[in-house]
Write a protein that binds this ligand. Structure first.
Ligand code: NZQ
Ligand code: ZN
Length: 396
C-alpha cells in the first residue's frame, strides 16, 4: 500500500427529511446571501425547489439563482455563476442536483476568487490550490461522488474539451444525502449513475499497486452493493433502501476511501471524457460501453489473476483457470450493464468512426494513461478500444 492523505471534511447529513431542521443552520454558518445552483428543472418538477425556497425565505436569506446548469456543465455557465456571485456578494453556494450541478458550483466557488478566466482555472487541473466560497450540496442523483470530493469536471464544447479540476477548498462543507430525493431519477440516469459508481470502483481496483486489501475488499463490497441495488431501483424507483445503498455507494466510491494508497492513472475516464467532449453523451453510459472492452484489451497473463479475483469476489464465478475466469467476469460486467438498459455500442449513442483517432489522441494528451495506467494505453490502444465499441461484443 502506498502512502496517502485521507482528507474528507464534508459533513454528511444522510437520511430522510433532514432539510427542514438542518439546512438553514448549515447555511447560516457562512452567511445570508446564497447562490442557489440547479439544473434543467428536475427539482422544480419533484417539489424540492419549492421546499428549499420556502426554508430559505423563512430564514430570511437573500437568494440569487443560477439555473439551467447542463449535464456535462459548460464553462459559460460557470462564468455566469461567478458573475452572479460577484455582483451579489454571495456568502455561500447551495447546489441542488446531480454531479453536473455540484461540479459547476465548485468551479463557480473557486472562480469567485480567481483573477484569470474560469477556463484558465480549469486548465490548472489538479495543481489548482486557491480558495473557494463555501459550498453546501443537496444531492439528487447517485453517481459521481462529487458530493464528497474535491473534483469537478467542466466542458468547453467550443474547444471539444472536458477536463477535471480540483482542490481541497472545493470539497463541499455540508452534503445532504436524502435517498428520497433520487426517487424521481429516470431509469436511464439511474443505470448511468450506477455504471459511473462501478467505474470509479473499477478504476481504483485495477491499479498497479498491490497489497491494498482494505481498498480492494471495500471496493468489492461496494461493487456488489451497486450490482444488487441498481436493478431494484430500476424496477421500483421509490425503494428507499435500494436508493440509499446507491447513494452512499456513490459517495464512498470516490471520496478517497478506495483510491488512496494505490498509485496510477485511471483508464476509462480519460477515454470517456473525450466521448462527452466531442458528442456530449451521458458520462455513465460512455463508461459502461468502454469498460468491458477496456478490460478485455488489458487482459493478459500478467493481469489475469486480478481479473480472476474480480470474477470470483464480485460475480461469484468459481473457475480454476485464471484466463477463463477473467473472461467470464468481463462478460458478466457487459451483461449487467445491458440488463440495466444501457445502450452498449457507440453507434447507439450517436458516435461513428469519424473522430475516433482525434478523440484517442486527446485522451492520451489530457491524461497520463500512456505511462501510468494499470496497463499503459497508447493512442493506438485507445483507438482499438473505441473500435471494439462500434458493435456488440462477446468476451468468452
Ligand atoms: O438538470 P436536471 O433537470 O436537474 O436533470 C438532471 C439531468 O438531466 C437529471 N436529474 C438529476 N437528479 C434528478 C434528475 N431527474 C429527475 N430526478 C432527479 N432527482 O439527471 C440528468 C443528469 O444529471 P447530471 O448531474 O448530469 O448527472 P451526474 O450526477 O451523473 O453528473 C455527471 C457529470 O459529473 C461528471 C461527469 O463527467 C458529468 O459531467 N463527473 C464528476 C465527477 C466528480 N466531480 O468527482 C467524477 C465523475 O467521474 C464524472 O466525471
Ligand atoms: Zn465517473
Amino acid at each position: 500500500m502506498d502512502n496517502f492523505r485521507f482528507y474528507v471534511p464534508t459533513d454528511v447529513r444522510f437520511g430522510k427529511d433532514r432539510l427542514k431542521d438542518e439546512l438553514t443552520d448549515a447555511l447560516n454558518v457562512f452567511g445570508k446571501t446564497v447562490l442557489l445552483a440547479y439544473g434543467g428543472g428536475s427539482i422544480k418538477k419533484n417539489g424540492l425547489y419549492n421546499q428549499v425556497l420556502k426554508l430559505l425565505e423563512k430564514n430570511q436569506n437573500n437568494v440569487v439563482e443560477l439555473n439551467g446548469i447542463e449535464p456535462n456543465p459548460r464553462i459559460e455557465t460557470v462564468d455566469r455563476g461567478i458573475a452572479l456571485c460577484r455582483e451579489h456578494k454571495v456568502d455561500v453556494i447551495l447546489a441542488v442536483g446531480g454531479g453536473s450541478t455540484i461540479d459547476c458550483a465548485k468551479v463557480v466557488a473557486a472562480g469567485y476568487y480567481y483573477e484569470k478566466s474560469a477556463w484558465e482555472l480549469v486548465l490548472e487541473r489538479r495543481t489548482f490550490n486557491g480558495p473557494a466560497l463555501p459550498l453546501v450540496t443537496i444531492l439528487t442523483l447517485a453517481a459521481t461522488g462529487s458530493e464528497m470530493n474535491s473534483g469537478a469536471v467542466i466542458s468547453n464544447l467550443a474547444a471539444n474539451q472536458k477536463l477535471g479540476v480540483g482542490a481541497p477548498s472545493m470539497i463541499p462543507k455540508v452534503s445532504f444525502l436524502d435517498p428520497q430525493n433520487t426517487f424521481t431519477v429516470p431509469a436511464y440516469q439511474t443505470a448511468a449513475g450506477s455504471a459511473d459508481i462501478l467505474s470509479h470502483l473499477f478504476e481504483n481496483y485495477f491499479k498497479k499497486t498491490i497489497g491494498a486489501n482494505v481498498q480492494d475488499f471495500v471496493s468489492e463490497g461496494l461493487m456488489k452493493t451497486v450490482i444488487k441495488n441498481c436493478p431494484i431501483a430500476l424496477k421500483t424507483p421509490d425503494n428507499y433502501d435500494a436508493r440509499a445503498n446507491l447513494m452512499w455507494a456513490s459517495s464512498l466510491a470516490l471520496n478517497g476511501l478506495t483510491g488512496n494508497g494505490k498509485d496510477g492513472a485511471w483508464s476509462c475516464h480519460p477515454m470517456e471524457h473525450e466521448l462527452s467532449a466531442f458528442y456530449d453523451i451521458t458520462h455513465g453510459v460512455g463508461l459502461a460501453i468502454l469498460t468491458p472492452r477496456w478490460m478485455s484489451h488489458v487482459l493478459s497473463e500478467e493481469t489475469a489473476a486480478k481479473f480472476q479475483q474480480f470474477a470470483k469476489n464480485v460475480w461469484n464465478i468459481e473457475e480454476a483457470d485464471a484466463m477463463t475466469a477473467a473472461k467470464k467476469g468481463i462478460q458478466a460486467t457487459y451483461d449487467f450493464f445491458k440488463s440495466c438498459g444501457i445502450p452498449m455500442t457507440l453507434p447507439e449513442v450517436g458516435i461513428n468512426e469519424e473522430k475516433l483517432t482525434e478523440m484517442a489522441e486527446q485522451a492520451v494528451k489530457h491524461s497520463t494513461i500512456e505511462t501510468a495506467a494499470y496497463v499503459p494505453l497508447s493512442v493506438y490502444d485507445v483507438i482499438s478500444i473505441y473500435q471494439a465499441c462500434m458493435s456488440e461484443s462477446a468476451f468468452i
